[in-house]
Design a protein around this ligand. Sequence first.
Ligand code: 6PG
Length: 220
Amino acid sequence: MKANLAKRDMSIVLAGGSTPKIVYQCWNQIPFRDFICWNTLQFYWGDERCVPPDHPESNFKMAQEAFLEPLKIPSHQIHRIRGEDPPDKEALRYGNIAEKLFMEGRDPGFDWTLLGIGTDGHTASIFPPSLSDSNPKTPCIVATHPETGQKRISLTLETLNRSKRVSFLATGKSKAEIVKQVIESSKAEIYYPAARIQSANGILEWYLDEDAACLLGSAY
Ligand code: 6PG
């Protein structure tokens, strides 16, 4: 029996990349599939590649296949970034969606934001060294992947930081060094966008596997 305890829907910002896929797939497994009140959740994205929703690199497609489709989450609960649309136009549209949510709900920000981290310290699609782009006046920007040149649409650090809870997900030895730098280095904020995630309104946490956590001090 599902106890619907939510007074209003809960907004969840999904992370992109490959790491979160295992989490999303778990949501479609027992007990989560039956335990979570799916009809009280509204799904957003922290960033999207500027590709169509059926493109192999689409963050929406990954989530759709992992749990949105299997759990038959209705479209009115899914607020994807339209990677197929002109980037500037979509950044404006999605930024307005975020602002409307914050104003409507009279809430400071999203309820829960999931983020990944790149080995260069980027998160969502806020890449170093363009930290100047990470705090513009708009809640959502057009970014360019520094290696591939791929255009991305991304919520800004300021918008992400308005979340009540932010959970970083990182796995594998390749992330161990950047995880250590971002968590332990006092200078991390200068170099790494991920280090500027502070969750002004609540909880900042890391979900790491042993490999990604292997360089952290004994305090963790
Ligand atoms: C994206 C993500 C990006 C991702 C990191 C880690 O669209 O790619 O928003 O920030 O979380 O690059 O990616 P992996 O999980 O694939 O290592």
